[in-house]
Design a protein around this ligand. Sequence first.
Ligand code: DGY
Length: 327
Amino acid sequence: MKKPAILVARAIFPQTLDFLSQHFEVESNQTDEVWDAVELTRRLNGKAGALTTGSERIDGALLQANPQLKIIANMAVGFNNFDIPAMTAAGVLATNTPDVLTDTTADFGFALLMATARRVSESEHFLRAGKWTKWRYDMFAGAEVHGSTLGIIGMGRIGQGIARRGAFGFGMKVVYHNRSQLSPQLEAECKATYVSKEVLLKTADHVVLVVPYSAESHHTIGANELGMMKSTATLVNIARGGIVDDAALAHALAGGQIAAAGLDVFEGEPVVNEALLKVPNVVLTPHIASATTKTRLAMAQLAADNLVSYFTQGRALTPVNQVAIMG
Ligand code: DGY
């Protein structure tokens, strides 16, 4: 029987490609260029499925040009690159990669919080620039992490992982804000207390953002919210670009309105707001929160397993929409 044709839109692990080749006719992106909409639409021609990353936008126009498409498996837990209503209307199944990256991403959230509060990047740059000539009592004095108040906005699996690390590893008082309050049991497991966004911003020493991107969460943190935060506070964004108004943040950092920020995601990434590049009190990383070899392999494998499961059993393992499956 002829194998279904699929597109792998970006470079992935060779072993994942080998696995996919056992089940599919695979066209893969050998150069790892991020294809624009025109090229992606053209490459999808004749393909029944695709493996994408967060860099590929799947929208109505692309789906209209490829009515043969059945499934697109995103190698990411976030899927804001997918127009889900358009995919559902076109009968195209969307899948993501939850769970396999939860702890790795929570680890990184904590790493970024520590690096930001304790001024790791700023002090390393100082040392590398040959500026370290003597010890000084207040040199790179940062904010305390243990015993401080951790505020988490977005209390899904990753947010809960960060709460556990803060509460049990660092004796932090954890407050959170989320669309819905967690069950009393989960709150107890995370040692976390539900508060309004305003109370969180006003009381937290460290604010970590783990909320999915949507029209509603756009600029969850802007000038107004930054104005509510303590002048000693740190802000960490491992969620998505666009959750923070990056221009407003750069302004707040330059003016000392908050102490520091740690950012793994950016509005318009991979381009980074020039003003952010100029302020010293921000730690910047290139969207690597889930980047351990083990976790990225697990994400690629889950995306591949979703494709195989769909074509062999008519159902995906981790779907994010519901479509009628044609036989
Ligand atoms: C995710 O899984 O959503 C990460 O941000 C990687 O893209």
